[in-house]
Design a binder for this molecule. Structure first.
Ligand code: RFL
Ligand code: PHB
Length: 389
């Protein structure tokens, strides 16, 4: 089999790239390790920057997002007895859109299916050959048989545990990593959200976040120990702990109910450089991870997809590879800023096991400064709604 762009991984990065390339008249084949149901069952990000909304529009997939997504003009931050609001609209003129990654993925699947796009599910043993030649080949197993996919370019959209990044030789790639000494325990419940905007809470008992998917679907998170397991947390224990970490008036307004999903995610900051090796280009979680504080994971994947889509379109339309050559440095320049923001926001909002009294004072000073300083709020708002591509 032959295609122009072979895409490894059918998560949001791979599906979005495939659909955008289709709009530019470029063929692709997506190879996904899991089933479609499994991919659609993952509950992850919930906040979209305008940049991602614009890409969904360009992909022809934004109708449901516009009809069902919620524009949020700000967010609340609480600590101690204080709670303040960062006004995105006032500082940047731009809201963020609350619309789940699950829905983004579903819309992209629908568009690929409608366009007759090829997505092979349940592939295994994916190997990349000839990434530094003009005709790379991807070998894989599907339905018990060995397959080969020839292509002009490979997009490695296969997430943090995929094969693409590891194909780049160790003496070429440099990895930067910070692992945080806690995780996030998240639940989804069919209850009305406690507030019409998100609330990020720094409490002496640890971080908490009140988020949502729609008017009757809430997403809540609490900082937990790395060795906690979701089954150790009853719903009642979760709700009680969440309430203890929120300001009293918010805790009193919380509507609780049975969880319909409960999971723990570790927190990590990670970047690999470069994001290109020959004709292999890394996108999204395959190249970088951020802690979820600030909701940058999916949005940073989207900016990679934007740069790669533009570069591939330029190549096929004009024969020029200047965009492709600049891909890694352009993408990384934006990635590092998202890494900085997520690291800063995470550091300010969580309790760390080895935190000294001095570290705690720094955290409170950082929060006091943000609460009282317009320039700091503006910087926060610009980062939260998303830096320009
Ligand atoms: P994904 O979504 O991981 O998709 C990669 C796809 O590649 C497939 N795959 C392979 N396919 C073929 N061959 C192989 N060898 C393969 N290896 C893997 C996988 O099955 C998968 O379908 O990466 P992508 O597309 O780059 O998208 C990135 C986003 O998913 C990610 O940045 C965010 O979801 C991160 N993230 C969160 N971001 C937020 O902004 N807010 C959140 O609340 C939030 N929660 C999360 C998260 C990521 C999590 N992960 C990765 C464990 C919660 C979790 C649990
Ligand atoms: C979510 O709704 O899942 C969410 C929202 C904001 C974050 C992280 C996760 O910073």
């Amino acid at each position: 089999m032959k295609t122009q762009v072979a895409i490894i991984g059918g998560g949001p990065s791979g599906l979005l790239l495939s659909q955008l390339l289709h709009k530019s008249g470029i063929d692709s084949v997506v190879l996904e390790r899991q089933t479609k149901d499994y991919v659609l069952g993952r509950i992850r990000a919930g906040v979209l920057e305008q940049g991602l909304v614009g890409l969904m529009e360009a992909a022809g997939c934004a109708d449901r997002l516009h009809a069902e997504g919620y524009a949020h003009d700000g967010t609340l931050i609480s600590y101690g007895d204080e709670m303040f609001r960062i006004d995105f609209k006032a500082h940047t003129g731009t809201p963020v859109i609350v619309y789940g990654q699950t829905e983004v993925t579903r819309d992209l699947y629908d568009a690929r299916d409608a366009a007759g796009g090829i997505i092979h599910h349940e592939v295994s043993d994916v190997r990349i050959e000839g990434a530094r030649t003009n005709s790379p080949v991807i070998h894989y197993q599907m339905e018990g048989a060995e397959q080969a996919l020839r292509c002009d370019f490979i997009a490695g959209c296969d997430g943090f545990h995929g094969v693409s990044r590891k194909t780049i030789p160790e003496d070429v790639r440099r990895e930067y990593e910070k692992v945080y000494p806690f995780g996030w325990l998240g639940i989804l419940s069919e209850t009305p959200p406690v507030n019409h905007e998100l609330i990020y809470a720094n409490s002496p008992r640890g971080f908490a976040l009140c988020s949502m998917r729609n008017a009757n679907l809430s997403r809540y998170y609490i900082q937990c120990r790395l060795d906690d397991r979701p089954e150790d947390w009853s719903d009642a224990a979760f709700w009680e702990e969440l309430q203890r970490r929120l300001p009293a008036e918010i805790a009193a307004a919380l509507v609780t109910g049975p969880s319909i999903e409960k999971s723990i995610a570790p927190l990590r900051s990670f970047v690999t450089e470069p994001m290109q090796w020959g004709r292999l280009f890394l996108c999204g979680d395959a190249a970088h991870i951020v802690p979820p504080t600030g909701a940058k994971g999916l949005n940073t994947a989207a900016s990679d997809v934007h740069y790669l889509w533009q570069a591939l379109t330029q190549f096929y339309q004009t024969g020029s590879d200047t965009g492709l050559d600049a891909y890694s440095s352009k993408a990384l320049a934006r990635v590092w800023k998202a890494e900085r923001f997520s690291w800063w926001f995470s550091t300010m909002m969580h309790r760390f096991p080895d935190q000294t009294a001095f570290d705690l004072k720094m955290q409170i000073a950082d929060l006091d400064f943000l609460r009282s300083n317009t320039a700091a709020q503006r910087a926060m708002a610009e980062n939260y709604v998303g830096l320009p591509y």
